[in-house]
Design a binder for this molecule. Structure first.
Ligand code: HEM
Length: 139
């Protein structure tokens, strides 16, 4: 079980690298002037590759988490609250995909200021989940 848990934490951290960095690229994309075509293309390529890379990492983190949960019979309110927060993270991941498509089709209407706030959401969810899994009780 410890190998599984170590792999779970490894893929969680890898997924979060993308959840933290992709919205940062969106902040930059929302700031560049329309005529900066080369810069826009460069940032869009980075965002597309990152989104394709981080989504399977998230899927692996969740698969290992489910294996831990269902394979070793973990129970508790902490796990239910954690799963609710995980659903929020999955929704956030796919919303990033939608926002990326809007940038790719020139349909983004959100400001760079909005993306700065949007960028903070995974930080608070991560803090809440780590407190839950370590304390094993709602805090
Ligand atoms: C389907 C989603 C997930 C399920 C079912 C799940 C389930 C679990 C279970 C059963 C454990 C073992 C707890 C223990 O040994 O004490 C665990 C450990 C852990 N999980 Fe998840 N997890 C999921 C997603 C996540 C996510 C998204 C994060 C991070 C944001 C996360 C962070 C952690 C951490 C840090 C540990 C290690 C806790 C410790 O060693 O005390 N998990 N997870």
């Amino acid at each position: 079980m410890l190998i599984l848990k170590a792999l779970h934490i490894f893929f969680v951290i890898s997924w979060f690298a993308g959840l933290f960095y992709l919205p940062r690229i969106f902040v930059n994309l929302a700031m560049i002037p329309p005529e900066a075509e080369a810069e826009r293309t460069r940032l869009l390529t980075m965002a597309r590759k990152l989104y394709r890379f981080m989504t399977p990492l998230g899927a692996l983190a969740l698969a290992l988490g489910l294996w831990l949960w269902l394979g070793y019979g973990f129970v508790g309110l902490w796990l239910h609250i954690k799963l609710l927060l995980v659903v929020l993270l999955v929704a956030y991941n796919f919303y990033c995909g939608l926002l990326l498509r809007r940038f790719q089709t020139g349909k983004n209407r959100r400001s760079h200021r909005w993306f700065r706030f949007f960028n903070e959401a995974p930080t608070f969810i991560l803090l809440a989940i780590v407190l839950l899994v370590v304390l094993k009780q709602p805090f």
